[in-house]
Ligand binder design. Structure first.
Ligand SMILES: O=C(O)C[C@H]1C=CC(=O)O1
Length: 93
């Protein structure tokens, strides 16, 4: 199942710089692991915002929920999820 996911990140201004660096490094490693596993298909920066648009390929809603819940930055994010289906006019599927 494919899902488009938008993540908007807001880090507290007073977040300890060491903790911030550690969080970002852990987030990067986690996201790259999921990309290597073929679960996180696309990861795009939204221009001018601390946000990304992503596409996930997972087995069901529960797997997506768990992947997102375990994002190291999850508590600093707003997440919106859009389930995707094949478009009948699409050349590639
Ligand atoms: O930077 C972001 O958009 C947040 C998050 C998503 C992947 C990652 O490495 O960080």
């Amino acid at each position: 199942m494919l899902f488009a996911v938008r993540m908007d990140v807001v880090l507290p201004l007073d977040l300890d710089p060491g903790l911030r660096d550690e969080l970002l490094a852990t987030e990067k490693a986690y996201s790259q692991k999921l990309q290597r596993e073929g679960k996180w298909l696309h990861l795009w920066r939204v221009v001018g915002e601390y946000s990304n648009l992503s596409v996930f390929d997972v087995s069901d809603n529960g797997e997506l929920h768990d992947l997102l819940w375990n994002l190291p930055l999850f508590k600093y994010m707003s997440v919106s999820v859009t389930p995707l289906a094949q478009h009948p006019s699409a050349l590639a599927g």
